[in-house]
Design a protein around this ligand. Structure first.
Ligand SMILES: O=P(O)(O)OC[C@@H](O)[C@@H](O)c1c[nH]c2ccccc12
Length: 264
């Protein structure tokens, strides 16, 4: 059994609880910019910075961090979006973290979880998210299509995550417009930025906002994926562990004007 299978099994055990209670959050209604538009019009590599307390591959990263303080630093440094882990059992996240961050910032907020059911999208939206993640490796084609349609109908943007060529095909088949390649294989935990290179070469010449996720430890890695054609990066651990969050984040916002116009 892979770690992804274990996480999905855990999720299934949590669904009855979500289905039996209505999401109640105090959410400030905000018109946030579109993540897609931000990515497509950017002259610098856009950073989606993550609030990540722990992970199954790294254990505890920063369990005691105040999510609002962290998020405000991200926003001040010019992050394009804030990703908030809401998965509890393996990542120590919560919808409470998401809700607090969403109320504190005005930029797009991504609910980072393993979504397998519509009710999770309802919770993400109620807590204030403007973007949800759908992981191709965790879903059947039927699930992927219906969850994508459901989120879109709820006015949420969708980041569709792939890891290889086969998953990319499935993401393209449902018309995903924001595609992220996870450099970490969720079945083995192996991390390699070459996953970004591989997927970048297979992208069709349509206007897809392409981002590179995981294992980006600093400006050199950012430059590498920008050269491959990424418009944005999703960074967690490196920013959570940084002693100077703003400086670390700004160092990742490298110029990509040479790539603008190449349409990816
Ligand atoms: O901490 P990192 O290596 O910078 O990774 C961030 C983010 O990409 C990672 O947390 C992630 C990418 N896809 C996911 C899916 C579920 C949970 C977590 C993730």
């Amino acid at each position: 059994m892979t770690i992804l299978d274990r996480i999905i099994d855990q999720k299934k055990t949590e669904l009855p609880q979500l289905l039996s209670t209505k999401p109640v959050f105090l959410s400030i209604d905000k018109a946030r910019p579109s993540l897609y538009e931000t990515l497509m019009s950017a002259n610098s590599l856009q950073v989606i910075s993550e609030m990540k307390r722990a992970s199954p591959s790294k254990g505890d990263i920063a369990t005691e961090v105040d999510p609002v303080e962290q998020a405000l630093q991200y926003e001040e440094a010019g992050a394009a979006c804030i990703s908030v882990l809401t998965e509890r059992a393996f990542f120590k996240g919560s919808y409470g973290d998401l809700n607090a961050v969403a109320n504190a910032v005005n930029i797009p907020v991504l609910c980072k979880d393993f979504i397998i059911h519509e009710v999770q999208i309802d919770y993400a939206k109620a807590a204030g998210a403007s973007v949800v993640l759908l992981i191709v490796a965790a879903l059947t084609d039927v699930q992927l299509k219906s969850l994508h349609a459901y989120a879109t109908e709820k006015q949420l943007e969708v980041l569709v995550e792939v890891h290889d060529a086969e998953e990319l095909k499935r993401a393209l088949a449902i018309g995903a417009n924001i595609i992220g390649v996870n450099n970490r294989n969720l079945k083995t935990f192996d991390v390699s930025l070459s996953a970004t290179l591989e997927i970048a070469q297979l992208l069709p010449p349509s206007p897809i906002a392409f981002i590179s996720e995981s294992g980006i430890s600093g400006p050199e890695d950012a430059q590498f994926v920008a050269n491959a054609g990424a418009k944005g990066i999703l960074v967690g651990e490196a920013l959570m562990r940084s002693g100077n969050v703003k400086k670390s984040l700004k160092a990742l916002q490298i110029d990509i004007t040479a790539k603008v116009g190449e349409n990816r």
